[in-house]
Design a protein around this ligand. Sequence first.
Ligand code: PRP
Ligand code: MN
Ligand code: MG
Length: 179
Amino acid sequence: MDNDIEKVLYSREEIAGAAKRIGKELTHDYEGRQPLVISVLKGAIFFTVDVLKEFDCYTDIDFVDVSSYHGGTESSGKVDLVREINTDIKGRDIILIEDIIDTGRTLEYMVNLLKQGGANDIKVCTLLDKPEGRVVDIKANYVGFNVPNEFVVGYGLDYNELYRNLPYVGILKPAVYQK
Ligand code: PRP
Ligand code: MN
Ligand code: MG
């Protein structure tokens, strides 16, 4: 898989550092509370695990699965709900965990869904933020790295469902998706 990567943007160690920093910030900010962590599948699985290991707090965890890229490099513009949240979110303080915020459509969809369910408070934690990709005006509260406007894979992020298991984040060689 390494041969398909043009450039490594964030190494395994740099990502671990970001997860630790954000986990500690959350531990501080949620002291005395019991938030519900919701991880946005599939991309957020790796970051969710690493942040939660650094989050010292009573918290329950749930998952939602939404999809809009369908394996490609461009957002379809439509967010599909593949698996819904099974926890009652009414009145809950929610920490939403994402791998990347690009156009912002997925996040907008998720925030609306959580508000409809009666969430009390919603904070967003993302490994990567790509401000140049934004179509919807929406921001994260905890950000690992601001990423340049390139198509990136690894550490949860896929192209055609592959590369999620790379331990780092990198830019995919355009030749791979121009095939
Ligand atoms: C990707 C990524 C984010 C979202 C960000 O998910 O994991 O959830 O897109 O893009 P946006 O800000 O433009 O909406 P994807 O639809 O590829 O599903 P996946 O997580 O299962 O790969
Ligand atoms: Mn995703
Ligand atoms: Mg994807």
